[in-house]
Structure formats: C-alpha cells, structure tokens
Design a protein around this ligand. Structure first.
Ligand SMILES: [Zn+2]
Ligand SMILES: [Zn+2]
Length: 280
C-alpha cells in the first residue's frame, strides 16, 4: 500500500522549505500523493504541482484554515477544492489580513517587555508567505532572547503569556461553508488539540458535521496508537471520512519528517478515493 501525506507546510506560511523542496522530500519518502496545506494561503500549490508532475507525484489542492468555535481555536483542513475560485481566495485574503493586525501588536508587547525586534525583521522571516507567530519566535531565537521556538511560545507567545494577542478568527462553521462552496472537503485537523478544552470531541464533530464537515484527521505525527484507533472509530460512527498527514514544517518544527512523521506514521493511499468522490 502506497504512502500519502495530506498535511504539509511550506515557506508560503510557517514552514521553512519551498514547495519544490517539500516535494523532493516526499519523493525520497516514497509518498505518491501529497497536499500542501499552508495556513490561509494557496499560493504554494502551483509551485508544488510544477515540481511534482515530472516525478509522477499527485498534488491535491489543500489549505489549513484557522477558526474559532465557542471560544476554542480550531483548524480546518480543506482538500480538492477549486483553489483558483475567486470567492474562496477572497476569504483567504481576509483571513491573512487578521494576521497582519495581530503580529504588529504582538511585537509592540514584546518591545514593551524590553525585547528589541521590529516588524521588518519578522516579515523577512515570513518571506513570500503569510506571517504568523512562528516567525516572531524565530526572530526571538536569532536574537538570543530564547533557546528555541518552543521557549518563545512558552514564555511569550502562547495563550495567557505576556505577549499573547488574541486573533480575530472566523467562525468554524463559516470556514467549513467556504470550503464546501468551493467544491472542497473540510476536515477537522489534529483532534488532540480539542482534548483539554471545550466540547468533548464526539459532540464537537457531530455539531460540525451538521455544519458541513466531511472528515477527521485520524492519522497524525503525534497521535498515539490508542488515539489513532479512537479517532478511527469516531470517524466511522459519525460517517466522517478519514485523512492523515505529518504536519511537516521543516526546521520550524524539527523531528517531523515528510510522509513519516516521527518515524511510524503511515497514511494509506486508500483514503484518497473516498475524499476525491466527496468533492464536487
Ligand atoms: Zn493546525
Ligand atoms: Zn498544520
């Protein structure tokens, strides 16, 4: 059974590699189909396609959208949507705008705490893509204020930390509707995120299914065997499709490999056809 990877980030959002480099790692890992799922942006997709087509690797249009439901931040992955749809792209542009407001405020707070860094420095880290807290974290590492990006989040950037600025996020149900309207398949990403807070996962998924959710990310780099089988069972009971991916970010999140996660991730290619059929 061939291996696929439906959750990968590039420099177009907070990953450290260009789409072509990610495709090359996918080839080395024996991945036959992949989705670049950058945060709130689809601009990396054509570059990934260009690199993958000569290698016989399939690129599935993908994206990861940040959203909020009942005060909880949820990430929704989208697949097989029309990534050139102008209405959908307009929603993405709005999503990115909310990031552009948040980051300068975060920098102001850090400056007030005595840490010297500028918006230009953070922007330079983002390169061509959408700007986010990981880029702030990287600047803090470069300047020696913290050892690594994890410490940057723990000490300054995570919710409740002194430089945390909440982001205006779209309602999860709206985000799901945008994807459905663009012909795509919305999937709840990394369900472990929802373990500690908010609604129990089963009820949350049932509620989101009513709003148009079609899938659950069952296979994921950090899922234990028990979690994977629990989510698999849940997807079956709710009639949700299953997806999986590494959430590869390159150097931004070391220890996670394309197609293999922490070493024992294997997302089977048999998941692909049901997803393809669910898209319209
Ligand atoms: Zn995510
Ligand atoms: Zn992700």
């Amino acid at each position: 059974m061939a291996r696929i990877d439906l959750h990968l980030h590039t420099r177009y959002s907070d990953g450290s590699l260009m789409p072509g480099e990610v495709v090359d790692l996918a080839r080395q890992a024996g991945v036959t189909a992949l989705a670049i799922t950058d945060h709130d942006i689809v601009d990396g997709i054509p570059h990934a396609m260009e690199a993958a087509t000569p290698l016989g690797i399939e690129i599935i249009p993908g994206v990861e959208l940040s959203s909020r439901l009942d005060g909880q931040e949820l990430h929704v992955l989208g697949y097989f949507f029309d990534w050139q749809d102008p209405v959908f792209r307009d929603h993405l542009a709005q999503q990115r705008l909310s990031r552009n407001v948040r980051i300068p405020r975060t920098i102001e707070r850090l400056n007030a705490l005595g840490l010297e860094l500028s918006e230009d420095e953070v922007r330079a880290k983002a390169g061509c893509g959408s700007i986010g807290r990981p880029h702030v974290a990287q600047v803090l590492v470069d300047k020696g204020y913290v050892q690594d990006t994890r410490e940057a989040f723990e000490r300054y950037l995570k919710e409740g930390a002194p430089a945390y600025v909440p982001r205006a996020l779209s309602d999860t149900r709206d985000v799901i509707a945008w994807l459905r309207n663009a012909g795509g398949v919305p999937v709840l990403a990394h369900p472990t995120w929802t373990l500690c807070r908010g609604k129990p996962l089963y009820r949350l998924c049932a509620c989101l299914k009513e709003a148009g959710l079609l899938g659950l990310e069952v296979f994921y780099s950090t899922h234990t065997r028990t979690q994977t089988s629990r989510y698999l069972e849940m997807a079956k009971r709710l009639g949700l499709l299953m997806t999986g991916g590494s959430d590869f970010h390159g150097a931004t999140n070391p220890g996670i490999q394309v197609g293999r996660g922490k070493g024992n991730l294997k997302v089977p290619d048999t998941l692909l056809d049901p997803l393809r059929r669910a898209a319209r």
